[in-house]
Design a protein around this ligand. Structure first.
Ligand code: NAP
Length: 252
């Protein structure tokens, strides 16, 4: 028997956990799931969940989409550094009185052996780096490489899923285009092979990108850790299972 779908959830995604969430949510009877991606990567991971790709056009675009598509709930499962879309979602859902849940994985916490310098932004990282190291592993994706482009006396190992757009200014160094996750062994040998003296990382949280932090700890390498931007308030969960329970409650 085919179950009639009668509630719709929009999941704002773009991270590994959101894929897991959309898969689990799709198995909830009576719930139709739509996944939304910004369209940053040309080859996103393919899933069987219906997916829309591309920006909405700000708060008003998102509000129109939610209204036209008759969305009943929204889960914001975007990366903790994707704050613009999170604020847009908070405003649009509150205007339309649509329940919204944020899935936010906990930030990493500094533990014994870690050498972290916590800074508030990429800009702040660029100000401290010249004093700290000359060979740097820049593990921040490609969108903010331009902030580092003026640091011509430093050498950067830059890892990202897809190469920067042509003519984007980038700092001196080597670009590696690879999609994670990477094992601890891979991260350790990367840091050693390129004689890295400092790692720049966002405090993304989660397990998928944590091995580079462990490898830096083991090798006594400094990590310039970029703190998270501020996110809107509202109901939050930190694991996929709790997000699924929230959906089950609402879709009953
Ligand atoms: P952002 O600064 O918050 O968003 C910029 C604009 O991109 C938003 O205003 C929105 O455009 C559009 N957008 C963002 N996420 C979207 C989504 N899931 N569906 C539809 N449109 C979306 O975000 P970002 O930092 O550029 O990140 C873009 C995407 O990459 C997000 O989905 C995020 O989960 C993923 N990601 C980001 C990072 C990171 O470090 N920032 C890391 C891994 C994955 P409109 O205002 O026109 O609607």
């Amino acid at each position: 028997m085919i179950t009639a779908k009668h509630k719709r959830v929009l999941i704002l995604g773009g991270i590994g956990d959101s894929l897991k969430l959309t898969a689990l949510a799709s198995s909830i009877p009576g719930l139709e799931v739509i996944n939304s991606l910004a369209g940053r990567t040309r080859q996103p991971v393919v899933t069987s969940t219906p997916t829309r790709i591309g920006p909405f056009g700000g708060v008003s675009g998102l509000r129109n989409y939610l209204r036209e598509q008759k969305i009943d709930f929204l889960i914001d499962a975007t990366h903790p550094f994707a704050s613009q879309i999170s604020w847009n979602a908070a405003i649009a859902t509150s205007e339309l009185n649509i329940p919204r849940l944020m899935f936010v994985r906990p930030p990493w916490k500094k533990i014994e052996g870690d050498r972290w310098l916590e800074v508030e932004s990429n800009k702040a990282a660029t100000r401290v780096l010249p004093e700290l190291a000359s060979r740097i592993f820049l593990s921040i994706g490609r969108q903010e490489l331009v902030s580092y482009a003026h640091l011509k006396d430093l050498w950067f190992l830059m890892r990202m899923i897809e190469p920067p757009q042509p003519r984007t200014p980038v700092p001196p160094g080597k670009i590696l285009t690879e999609r994670g996750p990477f094992s601890l062994e891979e991260e350790r040998s990367l840091l050693q092979k390129y004689e890295i003296e400092a790692v720049v990382s966002k405090n993304s949280g989660g397990d998928a990108t944590y091995p580079k932090i462990i490898a830096a700890r083991e090798l006594g390498i400094l990590v310039v850790m970029i703190q998270r931007p501020s996110l809107p308030g509202g109901e939050q969960v930190s694991d996929v299972e709790s997000a699924v329970s929230w959906l089950r409650n609402y879709s009953n």
